[in-house]
Design a protein around this ligand. Sequence first.
Ligand SMILES: [Cu+2]
Length: 179
Amino acid sequence: MKKIVIPGLFAALITPVAFASNCHGSSDGSAVHGDHHGMHARHHQAGSPVGRPGDANSATRTIEVHAYDSMQFKFSEPLNFVDGEVVTFVVTNHGQIAHELSIGNHAEHEKHREMMLRMAGMDHDHDDGQTLTVAPGQTGRLTWQFQSGDDLLFACNIPGHFEAGMHQAGQIAKNGRHH
Ligand SMILES: [Cu+2]
């Protein structure tokens, strides 16, 4: 009788590499080391359906964000924005574990969470202007220029946090009107 154990093992062995490749859309699937760097390179080019990294000097609003280990965010103001508005988020982590504030739409956050799971254990810092990781007890700043788009969502995509409720929706209005 034929052994079916070997294909299964083989699939298990190659799966992490396949995941890493998917992460940044590479089709060569070469060295894991190369994939890691490729992903970092991509991380630097931020382009989102809900805006882009903003210049802190152009910010017209500052919103305080508090992150807690209860997997909650508290924002100092309602999350209503207008097209083109530049806002600085001052994020304080009141917990004992790292949290992040990531700005995007639902699809972007979903991708980000999948990537975080696949890259678990690797040094994975964020400096793409779209996500800010804040260590326990620290405060960081992230400036974002909103562009009208659907599905605005603020989230922490550290594995398990989003699922535990660490996200909050916002709105971006066109023509300077909130609705
Ligand atoms: Cu978190």
